[in-house]
Ligand binder design. Structure first.
Ligand SMILES: Nc1ncnc2c1ncn2[C@@H]1O[C@H](COP(=O)(O)OP(=O)(O)OP(=O)(O)O)[C@@H](O)[C@H]1O
Ligand SMILES: [Mg+2]
Length: 279
């Protein structure tokens, strides 16, 4: 988990620059080899996922056997009443949490309660392996940005790349600057995170989530802590990313924002009760 910085500043300043949506920050999907008939695995797949928290009398069955697949280029929103299990599901899809494998009586779920990330079964991975897979394949945006406040915007965005270790420091800093520019923060690259407005901080968090070109971007109420104008800026960024082919799953209470996604999943009491894709 990212270090927690609970300092949040609501969007108390107007965004000072517009968002350039034209810069591509999403890698082009690799072309399938000609003649290849191999079906690509979904980017994320939940198979009969259960989550029980607490034990004995206190056990709460939070997710009750959720199955779904997220395919390349999909833009999905997850809606549902508070407490229906949206965040729990999102964290499981992104490997921030692990499914529960057996019921309160000790009987294993059948089929097995599992999450696959980019085709890889996460069940047998160690915590370190799961953290690596997550950093490589999944980008997270939370309601609260969790930036490192003493670090610059650029350093915050470069950190996941340095942690992954596939590129060196200079390249990571250059890519961080490019990402920030593409999200309209070209003039704030070297600004310390705690000296940015709430809306700017959330855009830095989006840039950080994109740092390692994630297979899928997961967002939990990404506009929930923003004023209307900043929420619109972030919503527009998500739209641009989706139109560039970035797979995106977003939990939101905002009906208008949810409706921008082509596919809308509705949760109720730990189950998916509807899953519709608009034409
Ligand atoms: N540590 C825990 N122990 C027991 N129950 C928990 C725990 N964490 C969450 N829950 C319960 O799990 C259920 C689902 O929580 P979750 O956070 O996934 O809901 P949500 O749909 O994201 O709600 P919201 O819209 O309010 O964010 C809730 O009823 C919550 O009270
Ligand atoms: Mg939630």
């Amino acid at each position: 988990m990212a270090p927690i910085d609970t300092t949040t500043r609501r969007g108390d300043r107007e965004p000072s620059d517009s968002v350039a949506g034209s810069v591509s920050v999403v890698p082009k999907p690799a072309a399938e080899p000609l003649g290849s008939r191999a079906r690509r695995e979904p980017l994320v797949r939940a198979q009969n996922v259960h989550r029980i928290l607490g034990a004995g009398e206190m056990a709460t069955h939070i997710l009750k056997g959720v199955s779904l697949s997220i395919e390349a280029r999909e833009y999905v929103s997850i809606v549902g009443a508070s407490g229906s299990g949206k965040s729990t599901l999102l964290y499981l899809l992104g490997g921030l949490d692990r499914p529960t494998h057996q019921d309160e009586e000790g009987t294993r779920f059948d089929p097995a309660s599992r999450v696959f990330i980019d085709g890889e079964d996460t069940t047998g991975l160690s915590d370190g392996q799961l953290a690596y897979l997550r950093n490589e394949k999944v980008g997270f945006v939370f309601q609260f940005h969790y930036l490192l406040k003493e670090f610059t915007a650029q350093e915050n965005v470069a950190l996941p790349m340095l942690k992954l270790g596939k590129i060196g420091h200079d390249e990571a800093m250059d890519r961080a600057a490019e990402l920030l520019k593409s999200l309209g923060l070209g003039d704030k690259i070297r600004r310390r995170a705690n000296r940015l407005s709430g809306g700017e901080q959330q855009r830095v968090a989006v840039a950080r989530a994109l740092a390692n070109k994630p297979a899928v971007l997961l967002a939990d109420e990404p506009t929930g802590n923003l004023d209307k104008r900043n929420a619109e800026v972030v919503a527009e960024i998500f739209n641009n990313l989706a139109s560039q082919g970035q797979a995106l799953v977003m939990v939101t209470h905002d009906q208008a924002l949810a409706a921008r996604a082509r596919r809308i999943i509705q949760m109720e009491d730990g189950n998916i009760v509807s899953d519709t894709t608009q034409a």
